[in-house]
Design a protein around this ligand. Sequence first.
Ligand SMILES: [Zn+2]
Length: 207
Amino acid sequence: MNAPLPPIEDLVACPHCDALHHLPSLGENERAFCARCGSLMVAPRARSFLQVLSLAFSAMILMAAAVFFPFLSISSHGFGHASSVFEVAMAFSDSWYAPLSLAVLMVIVALPALRFAGLIYTLWPLANGRPPWRHAAFVFRMVEESQPWSMAEIFVIGTAVALVKIGGLASISFGPAFWAFCCLIIVNVLKNAYMSKSAIWEAIGKG
Ligand SMILES: [Zn+2]
C-alpha cells in the first residue's frame, strides 16, 4: 500500500520552509525547486558559484565606497558640511560614545565585509573547479551564523527615517555613499537568491 520511503540520509530540507525532499541526482544544467514554497534548492554548481562570487566582489567594492565617500551633506543658513560614515564614527572616538561608534562600525561595516570575504574564500576554489581551501567549512559556517548581526540594511532604513525627521530644519542631500549602501542591499538580495547553501555544503563537505 505504501511506497517504500527513501533512506532518511537522502532527504534534503528546503532552506526556507523545511519541507523534506528526496532529490534525484541532477544533470549539469538542471535546477531543483522546493515543491511547497518554490525556493531554489539546487542550482547548476560551478556557474552559480561564479555568480555568487562575482556578487560578493561587487559588494566588497560597494562597501568601500559606502564607508569612505560622503554619506550625506547638510546645509542650513549658508553653512554646509559633508561627512562619510567613517568620519562620523571617528568623530565620536574620543568621547564616551566611543564604544557605541565602535559597535556601529562593527555591525554595519566590519561584519558585512568579513562575511563577503568569507564567502569569497569559500567559493573562489569551487568556482574554479578546484577542491575547497582549508577550513572552508568553518569559514562558511561563520558566514551563515553571523547573518543576524549584519545590519547594513537596518542602518540605511534608520538613516532615511532620521533624515525625514530633520528634513524641515536643514537641507539635506545624499552623497554617493548612500547610493552605494542602497546598491549593496540589492546585491545582497541577489546573492541570497542565487546562492544554494546545500550545494555549497555539499561541495565543501559537512565539515
Ligand atoms: Zn520550501
